[in-house]
Design a protein. Structure first.
Length: 380
């Protein structure tokens, strides 16, 4: 069974929603728990409601977070839902108006007016997420009615798992003022043992990042990876289908075709296919010395030059894109592709320039050789 893959891929396994899987994972947890706690430094929560691994990255990435949320206020509303549910027992029911009144009273940044559609839309997105991940059950009504009329009611039931959504902090976080404070808190429990911290950081980077690059901040971690690469490869390959590729200044964990641990690249969508074609254009330019790698394989280009690469890719391959991307303006196309590559940490914008990360040189896509000959219609 793919025990480790399932635990890393999912936020949690709820007994109420997947009873058979809950018992299977619980029975097989012993085979992977040591790896999770020692190599990754993750806590494993097991109780009558759920099984959950408290997953934390070595460093925050753009793609991390709740993908369904697109506005900061949605995260605020979500935290307020969790606060509201703290006072509710498992299986206790409540109506939407109780929650909206609670949010109105707690929100300090601005006056919440539920007659304004924007606020209702953000809250609906949050409530749908809560229902989807098992924090709430809908007993009667629909959020869509609330979208049309702010006086519409929805009857919810608290499942009791909301209190396990947030990570358990061992320190008082009320004085924290920046994300860096939370990052430091993560390593307090290992008693400043640099060896343990380094090992756990390396395993987390391999499993939770697009790739691991050598730079001033990761030099120690990269040395550890080089020294213990065979041990790491052997240990990981016993747990799931993967290969560890270590290069001079970068390292990547390549998953087998049947292996899935959350979000992976390439994804099964057209935008991902387009980015693979962008990678091929960049690799061609490096091979022709039109782009020259700097120290530690660092590649930084002016923003206008990178936009030119995207435009070249579109001009060369657009006949193979689906209609949505064929009919986009050049500006819309470039914005979408750049945003997606930034989200996946394939590129990073730096003061008008674009840094192209080493993962771009690791994987690329191509159309069949007869693509142009046949007109290139949707042959991705």
């Amino acid at each position: 069974m793919r025990t480790l893959e399932i635990l890393l891929e999912r936020r949690w396994i709820l007994k109420s929603r997947d009873r058979e899987l809950y018992y299977q994972i619980r029975d097989e947890l012993g085979s992977v728990k040591k790896f999770l706690t020692e190599k990754l430094g993750y806590q494993v929560v097991v109780n009558p409601y759920l099984i959950k691994v408290e997953k934390m990255p070595a460093k925050p990435e753009n793609w991390m977070g709740i993908q369904e949320f697109t506005d900061p206020i949605e995260y605020v509303f979500f935290c307020m839902v969790l606060m509201f549910l703290e006072e509710k027992e498992a299986e206790e029911q409540f109506v939407l108006s109780e929650l909206t009144e609670f949010i109105e009273g707690q929100y300090r940044e601005e006056q919440i007016d539920w007659t304004v559609y924007r606020y209702r839309r953000h809250l609906i997105k949050v409530m749908k997420y809560c229902a989807g991940c098992g924090i709430l059950d809908i007993n009667d009504g629909s959020e869509e009615n609330f979208a049309r009329n702010n006086s519409s009611e929805v009857l919810y039931e608290n499942t009791g798992v909301s209190r396990y959504f947030m990570k358990n902090f061992t320190q008082d976080i009320m004085g924290y003022t920046s994300p860096a404070d939370f990052e430091r808190e993560e390593w307090i429990d290992v008693n400043e043992d640099r060896g343990i911290i380094r090992r756990q950081r390396v395993y987390r980077r391999l499993l939770m990042s697009m790739g691991m690059e050598k730079d001033r901040d990761t030099e120690e971690d990269f040395a550890y990876l080089r020294n213990f690469r065979n041990m790491i490869q052997g240990e990981l390959s016993e747990l799931f289908d993967c290969e560890l590729h270590v290069h001079r200044n970068s390292a990547f964990l390549i998953l087998g075709e049947g292996c899935r641990m959350g979000r992976c690249f390439p994804e099964e969508n057209t935008l991902s296919d387009i980015v693979l074609l962008v990678h091929s254009v960049i690799q061609e330019k490096i091979q022709r010395n039109e782009l020259v790698l700097g120290a530690e394989e660092r590649l930084v280009v002016p923003g206008e030059y990178f936009t030119g690469i995207l435009e070249e890719c579109r001009e060369r391959y657009s006949r193979g894109f689906i209609k949505t991307y064929r009919e986009m303006t050049t500006r819309e196309f470039c914005q979408q592709v750049k945003a997606y590559m930034t989200e996946l940490a394939l590129i990073e914008e730096e003061s008008g320039s674009v840094r192209i990360h080493t993962a771009v040189g690791k994987i690329a896509g191509q159309y069949p050789k007869d693509f142009l000959k046949n007109g290139g219609e949707n042959e991705q």
